[in-house]
Design a protein around this ligand. Structure first.
Ligand SMILES: Nc1ncnc2c1ncn2[C@@H]1O[C@H](COP(=O)(O)OP(=O)(O)OP(=O)(O)O)[C@@H](O)[C@H]1O
Length: 306
């Protein structure tokens, strides 16, 4: 339920992708989610379930088809790049090679963020220090750095704009395993330390467990379970959440998708009738094949409210 101080409130959001001669793709199909100030929400789900589409709509990149996105109570609408930087929402993208301008010095790119926040006292090097990098990196170019260092620079640039909401769209998936937990923890510490909310999108559940206060599980355009991270981890209720948790790679490298979760995510242009998860669900009942469960925090007929 939306609290009075809710920072971000996504309500019954639908986002369709339309391209000429192709079927409409309902990438987000009625998803609801909240983020509070100082809170980290982990959004997880398999590739193609709509996580990036949702995140890009929150930033004003993708237009909303139905439903609403409220940031500090005000509807988010599509904005051009320049105005997007002024909204108090900053996004860190998956690929730190593509998201930094290769021709501009790192310090100048961070200075863009400081200008957005009308911060005339901070130095770009101060932001580099906050993300654990040497101050003299400011005079160098992105190609001189590793993926992990570039992602720290992208985080420094985002933080320079003093966001009230930081979004990480798979910000660690292109990094070496050794850098992943460090960069995720850094994002958490810096966002929460400044009172901002963090929506952290990842398919790496072990990292989400490390940093998120709450976890939202997305399947084929819908949020199927939301709860406190420790609670969901200890007692996953949706069969999809259970399957995802069982599929986490084991330390010996032997992790695989469990037998209970066969096949791939269905095509969002042609979703199954009833519960979207039923063709892959090990405990599907007759009702699941014909009627969609719409209730929260667990959208599953096994958890129908009394
Ligand atoms: N511009 C687009 N036009 C048509 N279909 C799109 C477009 N962008 C995304 N899609 C489709 O929408 C669905 C959701 O994609 P999205 O990238 O949001 O998922 P995701 O969960 O973020 O996946 P990933 O982790 O692989 O990025 C997919 O089926 C994708 O192919």
């Amino acid at each position: 339920m939306t609290q009075p101080n809710t920072l971000l409130s996504v309500n019954d959001l639908v986002i369709e992708h339309r391209s000429p001669g192709r079927p409409v793709v309902r990438a987000v199909a009625g998803a609801s989610l909240t983020v509070n100030p100082g809170e980290v929400v982990g959004l997880v789900g398999e590739s193609g379930c709509g996580k990036s589409t949702l995140a890009r709509a929150v930033c004003g990149i993708n237009p909303v088809t139905e439903g609403s996105i409220l940031f500090e109570g005000t509807p988010v609408t599509p904005l051009g790049l320049r105005r997007r930087t002024l909204t108090g929402i900053q996004m860190v993208f998956q690929d730190p090679y593509a998201s930094l301008n290769p021709r501009r010095r790192v310090g100048d790119q961070i200075a863009d963020g400081l200008r957005t926040a009308r911060d005339t006292t901070s130095d770009p090097a101060d932001l580099l220090e906050r993300v654990g990098l040497p101050r003299d990196f400011a005079g160098r170019h992105p190609h001189e750095f590793s993926g992990g260092q570039r992602q720290r620079i992208a985080i420094a640039r985002a933080l320079a704009a003093r966001p009230r909401l930081l979004i990480g769209d798979e910000p660690i998936s292109a990094l070496d395993a050794s850098a992943q937990a460090q960069v995720a923890t850094l994002m958490r510490d810096l966002a929460v330390g400044s009172g901002a909310g963090l929506l952290f999108i990842s398919h790496d559940l072990s990292v989400v467990r490390l940093i998120a206060d709450r976890i939202a599980v997305m399947y084929l355009g819908k949020i199927v379970e939301v709860g406190d991270t420790a609670e969901v981890w200890a007692r996953p209720r949706h069969p999809y959440t259970r399957a995802l948790l069982q599929a986490i790679p084991k330390p010996d490298g032997g992790g695989v998708l469990p037998a209970e979760l066969p096949g791939d995510v269905p095509d969002p242009a042609n979703p199954p009738a009833g519960c979207r998860f039923h063709p892959r669900c090990p405990v599907a009942m007759d009702v699941c094949r014909v009627k969609e469960p719409a209730f929260g925090p667990v959208a599953c007929w096994l958890h129908e409210p009394a």
